[in-house]
Write a protein that binds this ligand. Structure first.
Ligand SMILES: Nc1ncnc2c1ncn2[C@@H]1O[C@H](COP(=O)(O)OP(=O)(O)O)[C@@H](O)[C@H]1O
Ligand SMILES: [Mg+2]
Length: 430
């Protein structure tokens, strides 16, 4: 599957012969001047890395990059007859972000498939005339990697958006952020509470060991690296009920995700503390999480790990000031593709994910929402007191009738009465 660098060549703007190309470079420099003072013509905003490691990456500076057989293309690929003269176009656009200030501009990157033979992103055919948003780490191929009779290896390269993840060193990170304490740990990540040395802002930094991340072995037709799933989802999201990302950095070994800090801990910790949530509070929390899920589903993002551990409380005093967090298992759907990778947390995972070879989609998040609701509502406190293995540990029928849930007096009952007292007697309940 390797090919020598002579099989493609990159044509810089000055070498390019066609008037079509110089027109496009002119218009791109015009638009970059008018659109934002932050970018200049020499700014490299992205890279295309060929799968062949010995080939130098192509630096993307223009706002429109044409790739194909034609010499007028910015990236000239003459590997196969099947490649069209302009096979696809990568475009860095300017969009105003709705929820931020009027002047806030974002630069989403799109790929327009211009070929009948097709351009594939992460193994999925885009289709001539169709455009999709590109993500950091996306694999672009020109010939199906799925074809059985492969006469030629496909042309493969990976896209990196340098404006999303900034390349830096650990020293630079420590110069900018004062690491206060560790606040969470997962399989591949550690989360710290930090202070921005410039602004004094309290933040959370999630540090991911990129070496521990394996390629998505379940997805044979794709070389996409799941390390960047969290970054790609977060960089598209800007919603008051979802933990906001501030920045992303990468060093040789680590990926740093800078997040707004939630000082109240996780919803699962809160439920443990409280013993249960009243119907009223559960309704508020559930509505907020459902609203956050509605937003990400509208963006074609599937969370795949919705559970109280991934719902964070923004302050210590309120039980309902929550935000959805942890997009480490999330995926962005392309062309409504379905997923088959077994991910999630076992108690919350939808059955369709567990059945081998069954494809699943956004609805897996709704199952998890259902389990989560069961977990947080007060009725669970009553249910748990009935399904105790030791018959002597169960409530009597008389006690059931006096349970606040049966009396419908949940809001009037103090947490100490049913929650904490119960917790002390039986130890850890959830
Ligand atoms: N923005 C944040 N503010 C405060 N604590 C956080 C934040 N993000 C994560 N944490 C803490 O770190 C833990 C692990 O983070 P999470 O993003 O869920 O990573 P993992 O993928 O390892 O589950 C969380 O359960 C929470 O306790
Ligand atoms: Mg988590």
């Amino acid at each position: 599957m390797s090919f020598s660098s002579s099989e493609y060549e990159t044509v810089s703007e000055s070498e390019s012969e066609s008037s079509e190309s110089s027109e496009s470079s002119e218009s791109s420099s015009d638009s970059s001047q008018s659109e934002s003072s932050e970018s200049s013509d020499s700014d490299v905003w992205g890279l295309l890395r060929f799968q062949n490691k010995s080939a130098l990456p192509v630096e993307l500076t223009e706002s429109e990059i044409k790739i194909g057989r034609s010499k007028s293309c910015h990236v000239c690929v003459r590997y196969s007859e099947k490649i069209s003269s302009v096979h696809c176009i990568i475009k860095r656009k300017v969009e105003r972000q709705k929820q931020k200030s009027a002047n806030h501009k974002v630069h989403p990157v799109y790929l327009l498939d211009n070929s009948l033979n097709g351009t594939f992103v992460n193994g999925i055919l885009i289709g001539k005339g169709k455009e999709i948003q590109l993500n950091y780490g996306d694999e672009i191929t020109f010939i199906s990697t799925r074809s059985n009779n492969k006469p030629n290896p496909p042309v493969v390269f990976h896209f990196q958006n340098l404006k999303i993840i900034k390349i830096t060193t650990e020293d630079e990170i420590e110069k900018r952020y004062h690491f206060k304490k560790a606040i969470g740990e997962g399989l591949f990540s550690k989360v710290y509470y930090v202070k921005d040395r410039n602004t004094n802002e309290r933040l959370a930094v999630k540090i991911i060991d990129s070496k521990k991340f394996q390629k998505d072995i379940n997805s044979l037709r794709s070389n996409r690296n799941p390390l960047f799933d969290e970054v790609n989802s977060l960089s598209r999201i800007n919603h008051p009920l979802i933990i906001q990302n501030k920045d992303f950095f990468i060093t040789e070994e680590w990926l740093f995700i800078i997040l707004e800090y939630a000082r109240g801990g996780t919803l699962s910790q809160k439920i443990l503390e409280r013993g249960y949530y009243s119907e009223k509070k559960a309704r508020i929390v559930f509505n907020k999480v459902a609203q956050a899920v509605e937003h990400i589903h509208d963006l074609d993002i599937v969370h795949r790990d919705i559970k109280p551990d991934n719902i964070l409380l923004m302050d210590k005093t309120s039980d309902t000031n929550v935000k959805l967090s942890d997009f480490s298992l999330s995926r962005i759907l392309i062309n409504e593709n379905k997923m088959s990778t077994l991910v999630g947390t076992i108690n919350y995972v939808a059955p369709e994910i567990l059945i081998p070879d069954l494809k699943y989609s956004k609805a897996c998040d709704l199952w998890s929402l259902g389990i989560m609701l069961y977990y947080i509502v007060s009725a669970k406190n009553l249910i748990r007191r009935l399904i105790i293995r030791n018959p002597k540990g169960r409530l009597t029928a008389k006690q059931i009738r006096k349970h606040p849930w049966c009396l419908g007096k949940l809001n009037k009952i103090k947490d100490e009465y049913y929650g904490l007292k119960f917790k002390k007697r039986r130890g850890k309940q959830y």
